[in-house]
Design a protein around this ligand. Structure first.
Ligand SMILES: *[C@@H]1O[C@H](CO)[C@@H](O)[C@H](O)[C@H]1NC(C)=O
Ligand SMILES: *[C@@H]1O[C@H](CO)[C@@H](O)[C@H](O)[C@H]1NC(C)=O
Ligand SMILES: *[C@@H]1O[C@H](CO)[C@@H](O)[C@H](O)[C@H]1NC(C)=O
Length: 357
C-alpha cells in the first residue's frame, strides 16, 4: 500500500518530462505578480523574516540558492518554460533594461492583496506595490522601444500571472492577536472584501495594457503542514476544515469576479486557475504529509539543514511551500487543463494562442 502514492507521482513526472520546447516563445513576454509561491529573489534585500536565500532552498535549482521558496523551480518558472522562454523571468529587484521587454517577476514572499498582510514578518511588496513597480517598468519599456503603438501591442500580447491571497489568510485573518480583520469581519465578508480589492487591482492591470491574465485561486491552506501544526485538526479530519472553508468561499467568489472582468472588458482574457481541482487527491491516493526539510517555528526550512533525499515524493518542501514536483503538476495542468474545472474559461496554452484584438 505504501508505494501507491509514489507510483502515481512518477507517472506525473514522466508525463511532464516529455515536454520539449523548440523555437521561439509563444508570447513575447511574461509578467508575474504574487507571493512566495512565485517570488524569485525580490525579498532577498528586504528587512524581513520571509526570505529564502539560504540552503536548503534551491538545492535542485540550476542556479542554486536564489530566494525561491522551494527546492527547485516555482510554478512561474515552469509556466515560463512551457511557454518556450529559454531564460527565467528575472526578479524586479535586479532586472536590467535589456531584460525588461520579455518580462519581469514582481512576486514577494509574505505579500498579500491587502497592504498590511504579512506586516509582522517585515517588509514585503504588496500587490499594490507590485502594480506600481509594473507601471515604472512600462515607462522604461516605452522609453526603450520609443514607439507607443509598438509598446501597446507588445503589452497586449504578454501573459500575466497573478498568484496571491494566501497571506491575506495565513499572515492576516488567521492571526487575531496581531490583525484586527478577523474580529471585524466574518469569513464571507472578508472574502468579499478581498475579492473586491483583487478585482480593482486586476482592473488597474488591464488599464495598464494587460489582456491575457491567469488568476490563480488559493490552494487548501487548511492542509498546509504549518497551519495544521498551528491550529490542530479536530476529530478525524486531516486538514483544518474551517480554514479550507474560508478559502473555498474566497475561491467561490474569485471565479465569478474573473468572469465579470471578461464581461466588463470584452477585449480581455482573464482566466481562473483552480488550484484545488489540480491538487485534489486522485481517488484514494494520499501523498505523504510531511515537510521535506526540517522546519523552524515559522514554517520555513532551518538554514543549512539536510532536506529529505526523495524530493520527488513530497508535496511540501517546508511547512507551507510546494516542492518543485508539486509546482510541476500545478504548472502543467494550468498550462494544459485535463479537467474542465482546472482552468476556466481558458488554460494558459489557449491564453497564449488567442489572437490579440
Ligand atoms: C511603430 O510601431 C508600429 C507597430 O509595430 C509600426 O507599424 C510603425 O511603423 C512604427 N512607427 C515607427 C515610426 O517606427
Ligand atoms: C478542506 O476542507 C473542506 C471543508 O471542510 C473539505 O470539504 C475538503 O475536503 C478539505 N480539503 C482537503 C484537501 O482535505
Ligand atoms: C475547483 O474545483 C473543485 C473540484 O476539485 C470544485 O469542487 C470547486 O467548486 C472548484 N472551484 C471553483 C471556484 O470553481
Amino acid at each position: 500500500m505504501a508505494s501507491e502514492p509514489c507510483v502515481l507521482f512518477w507517472i506525473l513526472v514522466l508525463h511532464v518530462q516529455i515536454f520539449v520546447v523548440i523555437g521561439n516563445p509563444r508570447v513575447p513576454c511574461l509578467f508575474v505578480f504574487g507571493d512566495s509561491l512565485v517570488d524569485n529573489g525580490n525579498n532577498n534585500d528586504l528587512e524581513t523574516q520571509a526570505k529564502a536565500n539560504y540552503k536548503p532552498y534551491g538545492i535542485d535549482f540550476p542556479e542554486g540558492v536564489s530566494g525561491r521558496f522551494t527546492n527547485g523551480r516555482t510554478i512561474a518558472d515552469m509556466i515560463g518554460h512551457l511557454l518556450g522562454f529559454k531564460n527565467f523571468v528575472p526578479p524586479h529587484a535586479t532586472v536590467k533594461d535589456e531584460e525588461i521587454s520579455t518580462g519581469v517577476n514582481y512576486g514577494s514572499g509574505s505579500a498579500g492583496i491587502r497592504d498590511e498582510s504579512g506586516r509582522h514578518l517585515g517588509d514585503r511588496l504588496s500587490l499594490a506595490t507590485q502594480i506600481r513597480n509594473h507601471k515604472a517598468i512600462i515607462t522604461r519599456i516605452t522609453n526603450l522601444q520609443n514607439n507607443k503603438t509598438l509598446t501597446d501591442g507588445h503589452l497586449k500580447s504578454c501573459i500575466y500571472l497573478s498568484n496571491i491571497g494566501s497571506n491575506d489568510y495565513i499572515n492576516n485573518f488567521l492571526i487575531p492577536e496581531l490583525y484586527p480583520e478577523c474580529h471585524k469581519y466574518s469569513s464571507d465578508e472578508y472574502a468579499a472584501i478581498l475579492v473586491r480589492q483583487y478585482s480593482q487591482h486586476l482592473t488597474t492591470l488591464y488599464n495598464m495594457g494587460a489582456r491575457k491574465v491567469a488568476v490563480f485561486g488559493l490552494g487548501q491552506i487548511g492542509c498546509a503542514l504549518e497551519v495544521i501544526a498551528r491550529f490542530g485538526t479536530p476529530g478525524s479530519s486531516s486538514c483544518v476544515d474551517l480554514i479550507n472553508d474560508s478559502v473555498n468561499i474566497f475561491n467561490g467568489r474569485l471565479k465569478p469576479a474573473v468572469d465579470k472582468l471578461n464581461n466588463d472588458f470584452p477585449d480581455s482574457r482573464f482566466t481562473f486557475i483552480n488550484v484545488t481541482s489540480i491538487l485534489a487527491p486522485q481517488g484514494d491516493v494520499q501523498f505523504p504529509n510531511i515537510p521535506c526539510c526540517k522546519v523552524r517555528s515559522d514554517g520555513q526550512c532551518i538554514p543549512d539543514t539536510e532536506p529529505c533525499p526523495n524530493r520527488g515524493l513530497s508535496v511540501y518542501y517546508d511547512g507551507f511551500h510546494p516542492t518543485e514536483i508539486a509546482n510541476t503538476v500545478l504548472a502543467t495542468r494550468s498550462y494544459t487543463a485535463i479537467s474542465a474545472l482546472d482552468a476556466s474559461p481558458y488554460d494558459i496554452a489557449h491564453l497564449s494562442q488567442v489572437a490579440d484584438d
